[in-house]
Unconditional design. Structure first.
Length: 275
């Protein structure tokens, strides 16, 4: 049976602003993602540091158009794209906005301030937050100790909150975050490798620094509908319908190290920081 979100899961996402799918990937699939993350020269070459307020660094690599490598096959898989299609408002084809490999290293991995992803994307000129979604796939275990994601349950219902700069990051108005926390629940999203988290573009989320001895690596992919073009920043991938691949493509892929170099166009460090 192909993977399919149930109506209950879709409702839960709409109500809470996030949805966890345990074991979305099997052990072999996660092992492939992990190996490429660790060994791939292109990822190493194209990763850059982003400082948090305290100067702690998160390493990340970012790309727009998914290729034929293991990461591209995951983000283009039918189970992923069909799920996103069920969770996004509208009917237009699903497109891939961007993916980031987040490398939160032991002791050095930085924090992320409270924000909504739409707090950033609004500034790119996307008009419809319900047509944008983020998906996090845990490549290593994510726990409270190693700085897992935290979300404010149901906060997507607040709509967009004001954002300002905080170090090299953009953060939400703390006054509104504090209002939200008076009635809404703060949830620590602990994930096992292979678990997946869908989260609405307007849900408030953050993560603390990784002070533990274990790395916290994850892939975060953002999807958009073709009916939601950005009016300010040109981003062709976000309005180009995805070419899906069968669900077993990742499992069957013979992943040679270095494959990303040939298939994936990374965003340069300078451009990423100027974004
Ligand atoms: O990986 C994290 O801890 C959060 C990253 C995040 O929210 C983002 O990049 O928008
Ligand atoms: Fe975010």
């Amino acid at each position: 049976m192909a993977f399919m979100l149930t109506d209950e899961q879709v409702e839960s996402f709409q109500e809470n602003g996030y949805l966890i799918i345990p074991g979305f990937l099997n052990e072999t699939e996660v092992a492939k993602l992990y190996r490429v993350a660790i060994e791939d020269k292109a990822i190493q070459k194209n990763s850059f540091d982003l400082d948090d307020k305290a100067g702690k660094k998160t390493k990340l690599a970012l790309w727009f158009t998914p290729g034929d490598d293991v990461y591209g096959l995951l983000t283009r898989s039918e189970r992923m794209v069909d799920s996103v299609n069920k969770l996004l408002d509208g009917k237009a084809p699903v497109c891939h906005f961007h993916s980031k490999l987040m490398q939160k290293e032991p002791k050095v991995g930085g924090a992320w301030e409270w924000h909504q992803d739409y707090g950033y994307w609004y500034k790119n000129g996307y008009l419809f937050p319900d047509q944008l979604i983020s998906v996090m796939v845990a490549i290593t275990e994510a726990t409270q100790e190693n700085g897992c994601l935290q979300v404010i349950k149901k906060s997507h219902k607040m709509g967009r909150v004001e954002h300002g700069f905080s170090g090299e990051q953009v953060g939400a108005s703390m006054q509104y975050v504090e209002f939200a926390l008076q009635t809404m629940e703060l949830v620590y999203v602990e994930l096992k490798p292979g678990d997946l988290l869908f989260f609405h573009s307007n849900i408030l989320h953050r993560s603390e620094a990784n002070l533990s001895d274990t790395p916290r690596w994850s892939l975060i992919s953002a999807y958009n509908r073709q009916s939601n073009p950005p009016y300010i920043t040109e981003t062709p991938s976000s309005i180009t319908p995805l070419q899906t691949v069968p669900d077993d493509a990742l499992f069957l892929h013979d992943d040679a190290s270095g494959i990303l170099e040939n298939t994936t166009q990374f965003l340069s460090v300078e451009k990423a920081k100027a974004k």
